[in-house]
Design a protein around this ligand. Structure first.
Ligand SMILES: C[S@@+](CC[C@H](N)C(=O)[O-])C[C@H]1O[C@@H](n2cnc3c(N)ncnc32)[C@H](O)[C@@H]1O
Length: 259
C-alpha cells in the first residue's frame, strides 16, 4: 500500500507511536523482550491464568501491529518456526530490529499497514495482536486480513481494552464509574489529546464480524486487576487499579479459522 493510499487514522497513529517510542517504549523494550513468563496487558496477567495461547512449537506466527516486537520474541523463544512482526511505525521497528540483532532471534520485521499487509495468503498458523491492530486498526479491515493470512484451523488471539472501560472513559483523563459515551454505533474513537484513533466494536458486533470473516470463537477472557495490583507507570493515567478491581479493564479473544 503506497503512502497516499494509507487511511488518515493510520498516519495519525504512526505519528503518535513515533513520539511514544522515543518517550516510553524504546526504553522498556529490552526489559519486555527478556521477560521469562508471558503476561498480558496493564496488570501483567500471566498467560498461565488466561490460557489463550495455542502451542506455538513449529508454528508460523504473524504479529499484527508488533510495536517493539516483544510478543514476537516471546513466541519465537517458545519454539515458533517463523515469526513475522508487522508494524507501521519505523521508529518502533528500529527498536525491534536492534533487539532482534542483539538477541539473534531471526524475527522477520515488516513495515506495512496491518489492515492490508501484502503478505501471502494462508501462510500462518497463528495471528496475534497485543494492543496492536486489535485497537489501532479498523476491525472491518484487519480481522478479514488476519483470516486471509491464516491457514485453515489457524488461530487468532488478541488483547484489547474492555468495551465497558471504553464506555466509561472520558475524552480527557481517567476512567470513571459512570458511562461517558453511548454504545450504539461504537467503533472508531478519535481521542482529542495527543491525537490518536482507536477502534472498539462491542462484543455482539465483534462476534458477528469474526464469524462472517470465517472464524469460530473459542474464548473471551475478561481481565481484572488483582488485589495487590499497582497502577501502570504509563497507562495509569487512564486506567486505575480501583476501577479494574471491580470491572474488567481488558479482554483477550481467541478464535479459530474454520477449515
Ligand atoms: C501498543 S503498541 C502494541 C505492540 C506491542 N505489543 C508493543 O507493546 O510494543 C501499538 C503498535 O501498533 C502499531 N500500529 C498502529 N497502527 C498500525 C497499523 N495500521 N498497521 C500496523 N501497525 C500499526 C503502532 O505502530 C505501534 O507500534
Amino acid at each position: 500500500m503506497s503512502e497516499s493510499d494509507l487511511p488518515d487514522y493510520v498516519k495519525v497513529n504512526r505519528d503518535h507511536w513515533t513520539k511514544n517510542n522515543a518517550a516510553y517504549t524504546d526504553g522498556r523494550a529490552e526489559h519486555a523482550w527478556n521477560e521469562q513468563e508471558i503476561s498480558w496487558g496493564v496488570w501483567n496477567t500471566p498467560e498461565s491464568e488466561v490460557n489463550v495461547l495455542p502451542d506455538v512449537r513449529g508454528k508460523d506466527v504473524v504479529e499484527l501491529g508488533c510495536g517493539t516486537a516483544y510478543v514476537s520474541a516471546w513466541l519465537k523463544r517458545r519454539g515458533a518456526r517463523r515469526v513475522v512482526g508487522v508494524g507501521i511505525t519505523p521508529a518502533q521497528l528500529d527498536s525491534a530490529r536492534r533487539l532482534n540483532t542483539k538477541y539473534g532471534l531471526g524475527l522477520e520485521l515488516v513495515e506495512a499497514n496491518a489492515e492490508a499487509t501484502g503478505l501471502p495468503a494462508a501462510s500462518f498458523d497463528l495471528a496475534i495482536s497485543e494492543y496492536g491492530a486489535s485497537i489501532w486498526c479498523d476491525p472491518y479491515k484487519w480481522i478479514p486480513e488476519a483470516a486471509r493470512l491464516l491457514r485453515p484451523n489457524g488461530e487468532l488471539v488478541f488483547l484489547r481494552n474492555s468495551t465497558l472501560s471504553i464506555l466509561c472513559m472520558p475524552d480527557h483523563g481517567k476512567v470513571q464509574e459512570r458511562l461517558q459515551r453511548p454504545q450504539l454505533g461504537l467503533n472508531r474513537l478519535d481521542w482529542p489529546d495527543d491525537p490518536e484513533t482507536e477502534f472498539q466494536l462491542a462484543a455482539g458486533d465483534l462476534i458477528r464480524l469474526l464469524r462472517k470473516s470465517g472464524f469460530e470463537l473459542l474464548d473471551m477472557v475478561e481481565i481484572f486487576a488483582k488485589a495487590d495490583a499497582v497502577n501502570h507507570p504509563f497507562y495509569g493515567e487512564y486506567m486505575s487499579v480501583e476501577w479494574a478491581q471491580k470491572w474488567p479493564s481488558e479482554e483477550m479473544w481467541r478464535a479459530r479459522k474454520r477449515s
